[in-house]
Design a binder for this molecule. Structure first.
Ligand code: NCD
Length: 316
């Protein structure tokens, strides 16, 4: 059972992850129809509250809510005019007064969604909190992997790049290891430090050490906005040592999956030709993001106990 909120994948049971991914598979059917809308969340209000920029996560949550017939309201918070703590709570009180059923929140501070979940009875979905977690991204990545690999149990996933500052990496690491996958990481010392030993991963030093036997290679954007200066000599040097170009891709298994949460920096962490290659699952990740977010909203808010396949023919 999913519980009241979606805050993190750390501690989420295998059964719950499977329930979400199985529900997402059913939701994906809705996206393949001519009329991409089903009624289970009719009359419910989903608010998106983003204190950090986003393209795909915000639009994907909004689209997911609309496909389930919920109303959506989007608060675009100008980061410069807000700070954490009391101001966040004041913003939340204002939004709460509009009686939403769920709030999808992205914030630069780890733990902000937890604060909103503890203090209000609405459902909270964490859309990324600082360097902590990005659980819906981890789930959509797992769905994309499961589609191709059939099972996550025993899958070998290599995560390359700025693991230290990546909430995407953290959510994937917790989720994937719960599902029985083996995660190895590689990146420059400033972005992939030894303290990562707190995470259930094996650390290797070079990208060449991890690509050869991986079923999945997940690349990460360098989190410039969370880094101090002087952790990276230059993007060109990063690309030379840690970028996945065609030459490195050829060292991997021919059926390897290449993933990236986006936004991608072509020519830095991923070669332009690799991003557009047959092995790239980047656009499948985007499509699966809608299905996973539909599943999450449905499981958290759909109180009428009907499964999506039972309600899906009643288009209104
Ligand atoms: C990620 C994020 O915001 O954490 N993007 C996303 O949600 N698709 C990764 C990133 O910004 O690098």
């Amino acid at each position: 059972m999913i519980g009241k909120d979606l805050l993190q994948l750390r501690g989420m049971s295998r059964e719950t992850i499977v329930e979400i991914l199985d529900t997402a598979e059913q939701m994906r059917e809705v996206g393949r129809r001519k009329v991409k809308k089903v009624p289970p969340l009719r009359g419910r209000l989903v608010v998106t509250l983003f204190f950090e920029n986003s393209t795909r996560t915000k639009t994907s949550f909004e689209l997911a809510a609309k496909r389930l017939s919920a109303d959506t309201l989007s608060f675009n918070v100008n980061t410069s005019s807000t700070t954490k703590g009391e101001t966040l709570m004041d913003t939340a009180r204002t939004i709460y007064a509009m009686q939403p059923d769920a709030v999808v929140v992205r914030h630069g501070c780890a733990g902000a969604p937890h604060l909103l979940a503890r203090n209000f009875p609405w459902r909270v979905l964490n859309a990324g909190d600082g360097i902590h977690e990005h659980p819906s991204q981890g789930l959509l990545d797992m769905l994309t992997m499961r589609d191709q690999l059939k099972s996550l149990d025993g899958a070998r996933v290599a995560i390359v790049g700025d693991v230290q500052h990546s909430r995407v990496a953290r959510s994937n690491i917790w989720g994937l290891t719960t599902m029985g996958a083996k995660v190895v990481v590689a990146g420059p010392g400033t972005m992939c430090r030894n303290e990562l030993s707190g995470l259930p991963v094996e650390r290797r030093h070079t990208i060449d050490d991890v690509v050869k036997d991986a079923d999945v290679i997940m690349l990460l954007r360098i989190q410039h906005e969370r880094l101090g200066r002087a952790v990276l000599p230059s993007p060109r040097e990063y690309a030379a040592f840690y970028g996945l170009d065609l030459a490195r891709l050829r060292m991997a298994r021919p059926d390897v999956m290449v993933m990236h949460p986006g936004p991608i920096n072509r020519g830095v962490e991923i070669g332009a030709d690799v991003a557009d290659s047959e092995q790239s699952a980047i656009l499948a990740q985007v499509t699966n993001g809608i299905a996973v977010r539909m599943a999450l909203l449905y499981l958290l808010l759909g109180s009428d106990e009907r499964r999506p396949d039972e309600v899906s023919h009643g288009v209104d």
